[in-house]
Design a protein around this ligand. Structure first.
Ligand code: NAP
Length: 516
């Protein structure tokens, strides 16, 4: 039997009482460890976090809590090698792709430690200036924010077991709100190990951080009015969260990051071989292949002027042909596995759906895998699809294939391109490629309403830009509509979700005594 990972709840390590669910190596196929949360006293876990963890965190100032984040960074850096090993084994990712998850998390924590330190030794945040409530300045209104007095239940998707944990926990802990992390089962090992290292290092107050690795059953039922739930995952599960009585009736605040049909758009007038054209090709290939396309921000739809459709297909296909796929332990491999055979089946199914509306322009499925058995490994080569009638191909605007798959779509003119970008019904990100600054700025404004982030790539930022799919803590992550309607990160903006904003109406003397 493989090792059974324990849960950290109510300030102690607790094993589930069931047989456990095995986690697998998606390349070699064998079981690695098991997770189980059967029999946990969830009511005790939530009230311990709420009362002990919350009180201890709120007793500290923002600067002191920022120091806790800096201490977490040190613990994670000291154990970084072990995290890479777990990622290779349980996620089947090549080193660079593991880095996006592991080092991306450490970077994000470090940024919040820095920003939190600058907030200083205060326990409430001032929100704007006081405003007179009448002609007489004797009575005024001052907005301020205080930490919510509940727990943050952080439910994560399988594709970012490290970054997904810390990009939520960093702003929550900095805000003074204890975290209960629920990793996706398939890749829960890395999350559990990181929490274990942080708990063992004793850097956080009791109850500040818990992990429940196992079933999600019953978690939402524990939520009370001042708790919050931060969810990342599929649109289907998002629907369950939204309609749960905790959210629908008890007004538990919910942030939802769901799936997204992100796009990349080459502006009109950029010919094949131009710098902008080449930058689009490079970014599309990177986005299709990093983490085998299992990124919520990955480019799924590539919008190009109709005149360059064939040239774009050829250029992207030629670069994809250079991507070796297989066992991430082999240094020649550029792209590892999907997270599981179930995901492989889901990608194949999604491809079949899209192929009914699109042609295959490049097919990496025919290529042999490196050091991996196709009957066992959850590996698949990249596939570029294309639909000459972008308007008619409804499925490509609807179906997110969570793997190394994207669809090339031609547009007639700028207005058509913008309309196609909006067809995603709300996306996390779109990237624009061009050299005309005015046209790029106008397009950025035109697509902003349906996107959480617009990433503009011009030749002068070819080396400097942070990447279409890279979620940087300085920028907002989240999009409207189909993308879930959430907003995470964006620097200190992320703290708003974990705070209650209150207007205090009083005399200037009382307002001054608030010490903000
Ligand atoms: P999922 O199946 O929806 O699962 C997400 C999480 O929800 C997992 O931790 C899962 O636990 C948990 N869960 C399942 N049923 C639940 C319930 N009834 N109540 C509470 N929690 C429940 O999604 P996934 O397959 O892990 O992730 C893939 C999807 O996530 C893709 O569609 C992708 O686009 C999206 N995603 C979005 C973002 C973003 O930031 N917008 C980032 C990454 C991924 P179990 O694993 O134990 O079932």
């Amino acid at each position: 039997m493989t090792e059974l990972l324990t849960n950290y709840a109510a300030g102690r390590w607790q094993a589930g009482t069931g047989n456990g669910t095995p986690l697998f190596d998606p390349v070699l196929g064998h079981a690695l460890v098991r997770v189980d949360s059967t029999g946990l006293d969830l009511a005790e876990a939530f009230s311990f976090a709420r009362q002990q963890g919350g009180a201890a965190l709120r007793a500290l100032t923002y600067r002191e809590r920022a120091a806790l984040l800096a201490a977490i960074v040190k613990v994670l850096l000291a154990n970084r090698d072990a995290y890479y090993e777990i990622a290779t084994a349980n996620a089947g990712t090549v080193k660079n792709d593991s880095g996006v998850d592991i080092d991306g998390a450490i970077f994000t924590l470090g940024q919040y430690a820095k920003w939190g330190d600058a907030l200083g030794d205060v326990r409430a945040l001032r929100d704007g200036d006081a405003a007179r409530l009448g002609k007489d300045p004797a009575f005024q209104s001052q907005h301020l924010s205080v930490p919510t007095q509940g727990v943050a239940l952080c439910i994560n998707a399988f594709n970012f077991p490290s970054w997904g944990l810390w990009e939520k926990a960093a702003p929550a802990l900095l805000s003074g709100v204890p975290v209960i992390a629920k990793p996706a089962t398939a890749t829960a090992w890395l999350t559990q190990r990181m929490v274990k290292d942080v708990v063992d290092a004793g850097v956080l107050p009791a109850g500040a951080l818990s992990v429940i690795a196992g079933s999600s059953a019953g978690l939402m039922d524990q939520l009370q009015p001042f708790d919050v739930v931060s969810f990342t995952g599929s649109a289907e599960t998002a629907g369950i969260i939204r309609s749960h009585p905790a959210v629908a009736q008890r007004s538990v605040r919910a942030n939802i990051e769901a799936d997204s049909l992100n796009s990349a758009l080459l502006l009109p007038g950029e010919a094949p071989g131009s710098e902008a054209f080449d930058l689009l090709v490079r970014e599309v290939v990177r986005e299709m292949t990093v983490k085998s396309g299992q990124k919520c921000t990955a480019i799924r739809r590539i919008l190009v002027p109709a005149a360059v459709y064939d040239a774009a297909a050829e250029a992207i296909g030629a670069k994809l042909a250079g991507i070796s796929v297989g066992n991430p332990r082999n240094d020649s491999v550029r792209m590892g596995a999907l997270v599981s055979r179930a995901q492989l089946a889901s990608v194949r199914e999604g491809l079949a759906t899209l192929q009914a509306h699109a042609q295959v322009l490049y097919d990496g499925r025919d290529r042999p895998l490196v050091d991996a058995d196709p009957a066992v490994a959850a590996c698949i080569g990249p596939v570029l699809l294309g639909a000459r009638d972008a308007d008619a191909a409804q499925a490509v605007h609807d179906v997110e294939v969570f793997g190394p798959v994207a669809t090339l779509l031609p547009y007639r003119d700028s207005a058509h391109a913008i309309a196609l970008a909006h067809r995603g019904q709300g996306s996390l990100v779109t990237s624009l490629y061009g050299s005309d600054e005015t046209a790029l700025a106008q397009t950025a404004l035109a697509v902003a309403a349906s996107h959480g982030r617009v990433h503009v790539v011009t030749p002068d930022v070819a080396q400097a830009h942070s990447g279409h799919g890279n979620v940087m803590p300085m920028s907002q992550h989240g999009g409207p509509g189909r993308a879930g309607g959430g907003a995470e990160l964006g620097g200190l903006r992320a703290l708003a979700f974990y705070h209650q904003r209150t207007a205090v109406q009083a005399s200037p003397g009382v307002l001054a005594a608030l010490g903000l």
